[in-house]
Design a protein around this ligand. Structure first.
Ligand code: SAM
Length: 318
């Protein structure tokens, strides 16, 4: 890194592919540093999830040297670009224009230009756009270079106090009750810590559903506002966390983490009834009995009879 002591924070609106050596620089604490030239590739660049101090030197060098920065929202990335005195032009790349923009990125790469992809915050492709672009770039024979950094997934995981040897990142759950329950059932018995992103508006209801479907005693944590001023971790059982978040929606961004299934107490009739009622919301009686039998080890014929009673009760309104 060469310090050149430039103090200007202006942004040139150069066209893609016109990076000059003098433009390949970034500014930290009013000091300008020149960045080395980049080899042609698609660079997947992680950016901070709240605390700007989490930007890496390599991310700055890459963003400074790229001919184009593809980003979700040019206003959000514009703030970052401004903050670090970067000059590369920005191009919006999000789920609604990706098909139109991808050929432009491939064209730049085929002309030997380095292109960076960022998301609004954190690591691109992690519940953010970019997967199809990476696939197409690889298929076209170009290089993809990840520039790792912040992600709410890893920050939440390492602070949660839950086992971290086997981890399943499940992103956002479906919002509607039936599909949400079905997805949780799919994931519930996997021997891994589960990591979910969730909106603050839904966190209370989601924790309640998780407690109902996975069992209230399961160890979990809720990470909020990671890397920011009001960062907090709430740790406890799913039941206690559902209670903690049962009131007004909390402020800020949320990650929910659930520890692996432990030694489960044998299911009793009351557990079976809860599971049967949930299963009956999305499947017929025999399938519900089969699914709950598999989950609990209880007798399928007994569960079938119990499911028929629940269904008859529901239909008669009792
Ligand atoms: N690509 C990002 C990453 O690497 O973490 C995630 C993008 S996803 C669209 C946004 C979700 O990530 C938020 O709704 C929240 O669940 C989680 N998230 C992002 N920043 C966070 C933060 N500072 N604290 C807690 N959760 C965060």
């Amino acid at each position: 890194m060469t310090e050149t002591n430039e103090q200007d924070m202006d942004r040139a609106d150069r066209a893609p592919g016109q990076t000059e050596a003098s433009g390949r620089r970034y500014i930290l604490s009013a000091h300008a540093f020149s960045a080395p030239p980049l080899e042609p590739a698609l660079y997947i660049v992680s950016t901070p999830i709240g605390n700007l101090g989490d930007i890496t030197i390599r991310a700055l060098e890459t963003l400074a040297g790229a001919s184009l920065i593809a980003c979700e929202d040019t206003r959000v990335t514009g703030t970052l670009v401004q903050r670090f005195g970067l000059k590369a032009p920005l191009m919006p790349y999000h789920e609604h224009n990706a098909d139109k923009q991808r050929p432009k990125i491939l064209d730049l790469l085929s002309r030997g230009e380095p292109v960076a992809l960022v998301s609004d915050a954190g690591t691109p492709l992690i519940s953010d756009p970019g997967y199809r672009l990476v696939r197409d770039v690889v298929e076209a024979g170009h290089k993809v270079i990840p520039i790792p950094g912040a992600s709410a997934l890893l920050a939440g995981l390492v602070g949660a106090g839950l086992p971290s040897d086997t981890v399943l990142f499940a992103g956002f759950l479906p919002q509607k009750g039936g599909p949400k329950t079905a997805r949780l059932k799919e994931l519930g018995n996997i021997p891994a810590t589960l990591v979910f992103y969730e909106s603050p508006r839904r966190v209370g209801a989601t924790l309640a559903t998780m407690a109902e479907v996975l069992g209230g005693g399961r160890e979990a944590a809720v990470a909020r506002e990671l890397t920011k001023r009001f960062e907090t971790f709430e740790r406890g059982t799913l039941e206690s966390l559902a209670e903690t978040f049962s009131g007004d929606a909390p402020k800020g961004e949320i990650v929910i983490l659930i520890g692996p299934p432990g030694e489960q107490a044998p299911a009793d009739a009351a557990d079976a009834e809860v599971l049967l009622r949930l299963a009956l919301e999305t499947m017929p009686v025999s399938a519900a009995a089969k699914s709950v039998a598999k989950e609990t080890g209880l007798d399928r014929n007994e569960l079938y009879k119990q499911a028929l009673e629940i269904k008859a009760g529901a239909e008669s309104g009792t």
